[in-house]
Design a protein. Structure first.
Length: 364
């Protein structure tokens, strides 16, 4: 359209020029002058036309997507597509976890002594259910006589009292990390300390390519009731050999590390059950497993959706996505939900652990 208008203007100019020249034949000087002027105009027009056309074109819109990417990272949109096995660096997943590679520094306390200690400190589950507060007991090993406690309710209560503070403590650690992550995401510029912190967390959660959205999905809590139910199922409420000898609450396998060989396993069967120096290390390894392994990406997706909807984490719903945790599949998830419901474990989901004396001093 623009080229056509320029052509019409050019032809009109030439026609006028010829008409003028016919009238001015007598004046050769004027003719030469006009020819020179017209030549300069034509040359200038040829050079300026492309630039003029480009100028008159509709300008291209360049959109800054950084804000949109941040919003997607904060909302959880499009995160799960990156949360797969190809985006998992396993080299540093358990670097911060104490495995049992030598004599344990923890002391095994008898069940009777623990019960007396809990009683003296008014640590009763009925109070936890009503007050929603838990004292920061850090029991390193299960009592060896757990299996000898014949009263099922007493054995269950003791087991819950031991593992509940450990699970809450590890969830608190993840909460603090998650708050730090969101502060970093909401800043335009990050300090060197923050950048180093991010690098460390990328390693802990096996995130490749510094994908913040994947880190956000993986760095999240496991519902307390779900963790207790899995620990109860995997250890027989604290009576299994793996739990007593190896502080293994969740029956995680290893093919290369330190572990306990299952009884009756074939010679060719190379897997072992992981051993840990203390019970808390087992809790951390369990959380890291659910938060990184490709078998549980649907679990993480469902959890992220609950977060995006501003919902409390629902252990009964999330249990449906742990069918890959055991060979029994869906039957395993049904058992977990039954344990949660029958033992009213969701009462502990919103419990808060009180700060330890060391943490209290740090807050002064």
């Amino acid at each position: 359209m623009i080229n056509l208008e320029y052509k019409k203007a050019f032809l009109k100019f030439i026609f006028s020029l010829k008409k003028f020249r016919r009238k001015s034949k007598k004046n050769q000087f004027q003719s030469i002058l006009l020819t020179a002027v017209s030549s300069i105009f034509i040359i200038g027009l040829c050079f300026s036309l492309p630039s003029t056309v480009e100028f008159l074109k509709k300008p291209e819109v360049v959109e800054n997507l950084s804000k949109k990417k941040l919003d997607r990272a904060l909302s959880g949109e499009n995160l799960i597509t990156n949360d797969n096995e190809q985006n998992l660096d396993q080299r540093y997943l358990y670097e911060d976890i104490e495995f049992n590679d030598g004599p344990s520094k923890s002391v095994r306390i008898k069940a009777s002594v623990l019960n007396q200690l809990f009683e003296d400190e008014d640590y009763e589950l009925k109070y936890v259910r009503s007050n929603k507060t838990v004292k920061p007991f850090d029991v390193g090993m299960l009592p060896s006589e757990m299996k000898k406690i014949e009263d099922t309710k007493k054995r269950k209560d003791l087991f819950i009292k031991i593992v509940l503070p450990l699970i809450l403590s590890e969830n608190n650690r993840i909460k603090r990390d998650r708050r730090t992550l969101f502060k970093i995401l909401n800043k335009n510029n990050n300090s060197d300390t923050e950048k180093k912190w991010l690098v460390n967390k990328f390693k802990q959660y096996g995130v490749v390519n510094k994908d913040l959205s994947t880190l956000k999905v993986r760095m999240d809590e496991i519902p307390v009731s779900l963790a207790i139910a899995q620990a109860a199922k995997e250890t027989g409420w604290g009576t299994s050999r793996f739990a007593i000898e190896g502080n293994a609450l969740f029956g995680q396998w290893t093919f290369s590390g330190e572990g306990i060989k299952p009884a009756g396993a074939d010679k060719d069967d190379k897997h072992k059950v992981m051993k840990f120096s203390v019970l808390k290390a087992s809790v951390r390894a369990y959380q890291r497993n659910l938060n990184t392994h490709s078998s549980y990406k649907n679990f993480r997706k469902a959890r992220a959706i609950q977060r995006d909807n501003d919902e409390s984490l629902n252990s009964l719903e999330l249990a449906n996505y742990l069918d890959s945790y055991a060979e029994t599949g869906n039957e395993y998830t049904k058992i977990l939900k039954k344990i949660i419901e029958q033992n009213r474990l969701q009462d502990f989901d919103d419990a808060k652990i009180l700060p330890s004396s060391k943490e209290a001093l740090n807050n002064i």
